[in-house]
Each structure stands twice: as C-alpha cells, then as structure tokens.
Design a protein around this ligand. Structure first.
Ligand SMILES: NC(=O)c1ccc[n+]([C@@H]2O[C@H](COP(=O)([O-])OP(=O)(O)OC[C@H]3O[C@@H](n4cnc5c(N)ncnc54)[C@H](OP(=O)(O)O)[C@@H]3O)[C@@H](O)[C@H]2O)c1
Length: 328
C-alpha cells in the first residue's frame, strides 16, 4: 500500500523529509482494528513532525496523518478518534493521560491505505457526513469544540474572537461558535480569508485591528503574532483559550494586564472521545460543515503541505490514500 511518511526532519526544509513510498498492510495487534482509509486530512501537527518539533528523531520513519475516515473491519463507515490514550490514566479524561499519543506520534498514521487503531477509537460515521467531511473533523473540530465548550464555556450571546480565520482549528471554531449563537469576530492577514469568514457569519477584522467591543472569549492558535492583541481585546474577567502557537511560543506575557484585568488563560489539547461524539452530533444538528480548500491524492501530498507552509489555504486539505476509492 502507498503511505506518506516522515523519514527525516528539517526546520528549514521540512518537505525534504517527506517520502511517499510502498509499505506492507499493517497487522492489527489484539484489541486493535484495521481501517481502510478513504479520506484523511493535513494538520499543522504533520508539519511540526517534519520540522522536528515535538517528535523525537528516534520515532522515524513514521507514517504521518492524524485524521482518518473509512471502513472498519466489519465494513461499516467509521471516523477515527485520533488520541491513543487511557481515560483511567487521565483521571477520566484521555487528553490528560501523561502517556497519550496523537495518531502518527508513536503509531503509524492515516496517510496510508490502511491504518490500525485501538477498537475503542472507531466511531460510527453518521450517513449525513461524507468521508471527506468526516476526515476534517477529529483533530481540528474536536480541538475547537473542547476549546469553546469545555474549556471556555462559550454560551449563546457570548462575544468570541478567533485569531487566524484561515486555519483548520480557527475555521472550525468560527463555525461552531456561530452555530452556538455567539457573536464571532475573526482576524486574518488575508482580506480574501476575511471575506470568506464573513460569508459564514463572522465579523472580519484585519490582523491586529481594533474591535468595536471587548470580547468574552478569545480562541488562540496563532501564538506570538497575535497574543498581545488577544489580551487587549479581552474584557475584564474574560478567557483566552489556547491550543497552538504557529507563529511562536514565547510572546511577552503582559502579566500586569493579566492580573489587573483578571484574565483567565486556559490551555487546551485535543478532545476526549465523548467530546468528539458530541461535536459530531452538533455538526449534524446544526448543519455546519468543514471547509475543504483542496482535495489531493496521496501521491500529491507534497503540494498540500506546500499550500500549508505558504499559508495559502482556508480550512482543510483532504488527502485520498486510494484515489480510485469512493469518497461519498
Ligand atoms: N493542541 C491541540 O490539540 C492542537 C490541535 C490542532 C492544532 N493545534 C495547533 O494549532 C495551530 C493551528 O493548527 P491548524 O492545523 O489549524 O493550522 P493551519 O490550518 O495551518 O492554520 C494556521 C493558522 O495560523 C495563522 N497564522 C500563521 N502564521 C501567522 C502569523 N505570522 N500571523 C498571524 N497569523 C498566522 C493563519 O491565519 P491567517 O492565514 O488567516 O492569517 C492560520 O489561522 C498549530 O500550531 C497546531 O499545531 C493544536
């Protein structure tokens, strides 16, 4: 079968370590299931692995890909919960398991025609969702769902600022917050991406621009480039929830503002299996859907990564490991 894997890491030339090659179909160990992958999607996490961030070199080569939708061993449609972890070790929350691993970290990932995952990670795929749509949801939408509704407790009528409208997590956060009845402001460096976010119902603001009012919640995945703007836009007592730092991890802390304005800063990572199931039900109940910027066969995955490196996408890049396979 065809796979896309990381064979080496480079901060400056990450695609030099991305190899598309043949590999044997994996054999599931006891308690694990073989999934025929129909659709996967790119995440920044794949690029971090190729850049050598957060992924030890001794874990190479490693098939990349954190998101998968396809067929389970009994032929039923499934979408894969991407965190391999124990709820027991995480005090009931698998994202708090110190030994948790996102798919592609310690186990081969979803840029492959076949994938093995623990049986508990198979989630029935509702008929309302296509494989392509489902493959955009677990990492980006699961992360956004937990940020908004578990961590920041967003409710109808809240004012939410989402930094970096074009991102996979950011576009999910915009759509989910709108679907929950929030007023959503979205920033982007790109006027085109702002225009797209406005078609979803968000109010577009150029990156770093002034908002007409303070917000209750800021959704951060950009990091250094937007952090000080995030703190300035927050009302006293408001919450910044942060799940990523694409532009850098060490902005000035602005501690005076944090304590004087009694701001709450909450980290967030991934989602639990239950949160992913709730997110899927919300997507179906509200009719919101992920934004697919590009769909590419696995053989052209380098092109998808380049679009991501150039910041040239709105939403997600979907990958088809088997271009002949069905995608409906
Ligand atoms: N903790 C978790 O569980 C988790 C899960 C998923 C992702 N993440 C992290 O979250 C981040 C986003 O992931 P993603 O997959 O959504 O990535 P993505 O789709 O590539 O989005 C990247 C985002 O960064 C913004 N951006 C990049 N450089 C910027 C800069 N210099 N100034 C302003 N904005 C900038 C872009 O906004 P515009 O182009 O619109 O300006 C875009 O929103 C990554 O760091 C990723 O590792 C974490």
């Amino acid at each position: 079968m065809l796979v896309a894997r990381a064979v080496s890491q480079s901060a400056t030339d990450p695609l030099s370590g991305l190899q598309v090659t043949d590999a044997p179909v994996p054999d599931p160990p006891p308690g694990w299931a073989l999934v025929r992958v129909v659709s996967s999607s790119l995440n920044m996490h794949d690029l971090w692995t190729l850049r050598g961030v957060g992924h030890p070199a001794d874990q190479l080569p490693r098939t990349l890909g954190c998101d998968a939708a396809g067929y389970g061993p009994d032929g039923s449609r499934v979408v894969v919960y991407p965190v391999i972890a124990s709820p027991d070790r995480g005090f009931g929350d698998e994202t708090l398991d110190p030994q948790r691993a996102l798919l592609s970290e310690r186990h081969d990932g979803a840029f492959a025609e076949y994938l093995v995952v623990p049986e508990r990670n198979l989630v029935p795929l509702p008929n309302e969702l296509s494989f392509d749509e489902a493959a955009c949801l677990p990492v980006a939408w699961g992360t956004a769902y937990r940020m908004l509704f578990t961590q920041a407790n967003v409710r109808a009528g809240d004012r939410v600022l989402v930094q970096g409208a074009g991102g996979g997590v950011a576009s999910a956060a915009i759509k989910l917050a709108l679907a929950a009845g929030a007023t959503v402001y979205a920033t982007s460096r790109s006027p085109e991406k702002l225009a797209v976010a406005e078609t979803w119902g968000a109010r577009g603001i150029a990156s770093g621009g002034r908002l007409p009012e303070k917000v209750d919640v800021v959704v951060e995945t950009v990091g250094e480039a937007t952090w000080s703007h995030s703190l300035k836009c927050l009302r006293p007592g408001g919450t910044v929830v942060i799940a990523g730092a694409t532009s850098g991890v060490n902005p000035p802390a602005d501690l005076g503002r944090v304590f004087y304005q009694q701001q709450r800063i909450l980290g967030s990572t991934g989602c639990t299996l239950i949160e992913m199931q709730r997110m899927l039900r919300m997507v179906i109940a509200t009719g919101v859907r992920p934004v697919i910027d590009h769909t590419l066969p696995l053989s052209e995955i380098h092109k998808g990564f380049q679009l991501m490196i150039d910041g040239d996408i709105t939403g997600k890049v979907v990958i088809h490991p088997n271009p002949e396979g069905e995608t409906a």
